[in-house]
Design a protein around this ligand. Structure first.
Ligand code: 13P
Length: 342
């Protein structure tokens, strides 16, 4: 199959050393949950103000190579009328777009879901491309329940959707980020998380290869491997790093363009410490970086609180969080001296 060099250029820009990707792609409903943390109503003005704080923060391009947006935000603009994607492009940041339309139950598979959104996806990509998007994200949800879940059937169904999405994205000149999120919530052990994540990624890459997706023009977005948030054992950064890399070495082909991590509900500090521990294990066959949403946005929201006089402070917090994560991608994050991340 003929390779699309434009995809490789986008991957190289996104995976530039010391930079990561902000996932600011929550749906309008999920954005409301974030705003509720600081008692702000879920109104379009508040969503727009918060995104303008994020995207417009001075110097953010030193640490961010890409930003993932949602359908309503890629069409939105700054107060001065500059479209958000144009603002990002002017800073050398690649605009991205989340294209799955959320999950629905799988009949006969209690507690398991599949992501939807393949209908008219080529047409949607053509429009997003015109708006400036050069990469995309599709999130599948894999839930662990001690003995029963996930089933191979549910993993396979989600991986086929991910592969079809990736094919359509690459044909549109858009780099697909494929995200099978193994959910952190639960009381499962670290060993169980490692087993499930390994199995999920093995099925994913087998499916992507079966459907001839160009792995060099694709980015994997993965969970870190750690015990569930209700498990009595809290995985240490060293355990997370060892389990995560063991998983990848058993499942992720070396030609994959890059691997990025979601934060998954970990505290901002823990997500950064764990990323640092992973990077501290040395050079890997894939470049690795962060693509957090909550672990980046929450400290910024708490600093802002919806107050115009706090915008500058909130943007300084954003710069700090991104800088700490940038250091973590090199194994150089010092949690003892960082008093800001909690
Ligand atoms: P979190 O970092 O909050 O897990 O979000 C990342 C993401 O893109 C989830 O789909």
């Amino acid at each position: 199959m003929k390779k699309n060099t434009k995809l490789y250029e986008t991957v190289a820009t996104l995976m530039a050393s010391g930079k990561g990707i902000l996932a600011a792609d929550e749906s309008d409903a999920t954005a409301g949950k974030r705003l509720a943390m600081v008692h702000l109503p879920n109104e379009p003005e508040n969503r727009q103000d918060f995104r303008e704080i994020l995207f417009g923060a001075p110097d953010i391009e030193e640490y961010l190579s890409g930003v993932i947006m949602y359908d309503s935000s890629i069409r939105n603009s700054c107060d001065d009328g500059t479209p958000f994607p144009d603002l990002l492009i002017s800073k050398g940041i690649v605009p991205g777009i989340k294209v799955d339309l959320g999950t629905v139950d799988i009949q006969g598979f209690k507690g398991e879901v599949v992501s939807q959104g393949l209908d008219q996806l080529a047409e949607r990509f053509a429009e997003y491309y015109d708006l400036g998007a050069r990469f995309a994200k599709w999130r599948a949800v894999i839930t662990i329940d001690e003995d029963e879940l996930p089933t191979d059937a549910a993993i396979t169904m989600n991986c086929i959707m991910l592969a079809r999405y990736a094919q359509i994205a690459q044909a549109a000149g858009i780099v697909p980020m494929v995200e099978p999120e193994v959910i952190y919530a639960g009381d499962h052990t670290l060993a169980k998380a490692e087993m499930v994540t390994t199995r999920t990624l093995q099925i994913l890459f087998h499916t992507l290869q079966t459907y001839k997706v160009d792995l060099g023009g694709l980015i994997l977005k993965s969970s870190m491997v750690l015990a569930g948030d209700m498990n009595s054992e809290v995985s240490t950064p060293e355990q997370v790093a060892n389990s995560t890399l063991r998983t990848f070495h058993l499942s992720v082909p070396h030609e994959v363009g890059g691997v990025v991590f979601l934060s998954g509900g970990q505290t901002p500090k823990r997500a950064t410490q764990n990323l640092n521990a992973i990077a501290s294990l040395g050079e890997q066959p894939w470049s690795l970086t962060f693509s957090f949403s909550r672990a980046i946005e929450e400290p910024v929201l708490l600093a802002w609180q919806g107050r115009s006089e706090k915008v500058e402070e909130a943007q300084k917090v954003l710069l700090h969080v991104c800088q700490m994560n940038s250091l973590a991608t090199q194994g150089n994050y010092d949690d003892a001296v960082d008093t800001i991340l909690k």
